[in-house]
Design a protein around this ligand. Structure first.
Ligand code: NDP
Length: 330
């Protein structure tokens, strides 16, 4: 391996205000000057990658750019930790935003972005979960830390057919919780039940109402959508229950009264998967590779190559993507 070793990357260029991605040849010396060089065998597709690839400046400021907020593969150069030859997972921080990401066959990142691969796992398995699976795990971890247990009652999961929601459903069901999946896709009801949901309800279960409080329906919840549905969910949580909040597909604005908090002691728990300490990520990855494993999610993941990226990212932007998609560089 030398600095002029060549590799392939899917790069996005800005041309006359338009953003176009294509495979191109890069050299190791083109990568940012960080401690750990990783040969990436797999990456994972996320909505944020689609935003980066379509020129969203809130995600990626400068082009040309290699997206890919998730990457897994083998360490080929390092200052000692993680050791050369180890398999690692890198998600979040600045990867794929303004640092060349996992859509290239190599990345070079700071050592403290690298999580050691849990034993028994390989890079492809890690990338089936990716940032979405990690986020689902972080949501569950927060609920458990607040004392959530199955006999308190059902846990609602919003955006249940999505990448984060579906993993949350499978983890919670696997831990013995009764899961109520809130989904706008009637045709996904059977799939959600296969993942372990006890009930599937439509998004109208969280339709905006004028009442400041509603009958308690859920002991706890994982909310991946934010906006109006989150405000309604808070009104329906049992006394002392918690909602782990990680997403905003229904909107970033939360219009609520303080009633759920002061009358029922409801807890609203924020979940970030990007900038948290590495040890917190490592702990959840270990759980996902062990007692929180999601065999059904793993069995249905789809593999694509770099040539398929454009189409797959477009599907994300149109809201037409479903299931877990892994980018295989081989
Ligand atoms: P997906 O697009 O895969 O899933 C989102 C799901 O939300 C959809 O499948 C749909 O599920 C539901 N949904 C879509 N639009 C609406 C709407 N207008 N109102 C109500 N529900 C809607 O996204 P992800 O699961 O990957 O991500 C979910 C959210 O989590 C995103 O906002 C993402 O940015 C955020 N996120 C946050 C992270 C963090 O670190 N905090 C990390 C990763 C993601 P259904 O049809 O079943 O209702």
């Amino acid at each position: 391996m030398t600095t002029d070793t060549e590799f392939k990357a899917w790069r996005v260029h800005e041309k006359d205000g338009k953003y176009e991605g294509a495979e191109e040849t890069r050299r190791i010396e083109d990568l940012p000057d960080n401690d750990v060089l990783i040969r990436v065998s797999h990456s994972s597709l996320n909505y944020k990658d689609a935003l980066s690839a379509s020129g969203n400046k809130g995600v990626t400021r400068n082009f040309p750019h290699t997206p890919g907020i998730d990457a897994a593969g083998e360490v080929v150069e390092s200052n000692g930790r993680p050791a050369v030859g180890r398999q690692v997972i890198v998600t979040g921080y600045d990867l794929g935003m303004n640092t060349d990401g996992g859509f290239g066959e190599y990345i070079r990142v700071p050592a403290d972005w690298c999580v050691e691969m849990p034993s028994g796992w390989d890079a492809r398995t890690a990338m089936i979960y990716g940032t979405a699976g990690l986020t689902a795990g972080l949501c569950v971890a927060k609920l458990l830390r607040m004392g959530a247990v199955p006999d308190q009652g059902p846990v609602a999961v919003t955006g249940a057919s999505g990448a984060v929601g579906s993993v949350a459903v499978e983890i919670l069901a696997g831990q013995g919780f009764k899961v109520v999946a809130v989904s706008g896709k009637a045709d996904q009801a059977d799939t959600l039940k296969e993942l372990g949901a006890t009930d599937v309800v439509g998004r109208d279960a969280l339709e905006t109402s004028k009442k400041p409080m509603l009958k308690p329906a859920y002991a706890n919840a994982v909310d991946t959508v934010g906006g109006g549905p989150l405000a309604e969910l808070l009104k329906q949580i049992h006394p002392g229950g918690s909602v782990a909040c990680c997403g905003l597909v229904a909107g970033p604005k939360l219009e609520t009264t303080v009633m759920p908090f002061i009358l029922r002691g409801v807890n609203l728990l924020g979940v970030d998967s990007v900038e948290i300490p590495l040890a917190d990520k490592q702990a959840v990855w270990q759980k996902l590779a062990g007692e929180w494993a999601c065999p059904k999610t793993e069995a249905t993941a789809r593999d694509i190559g770099r040539k398929d990226l454009d189409k797959a990212l477009q599907a994300f932007l149109k809201g037409e993507s479903s299931g877990k998609i892994v980018l295989d560089h081989s």
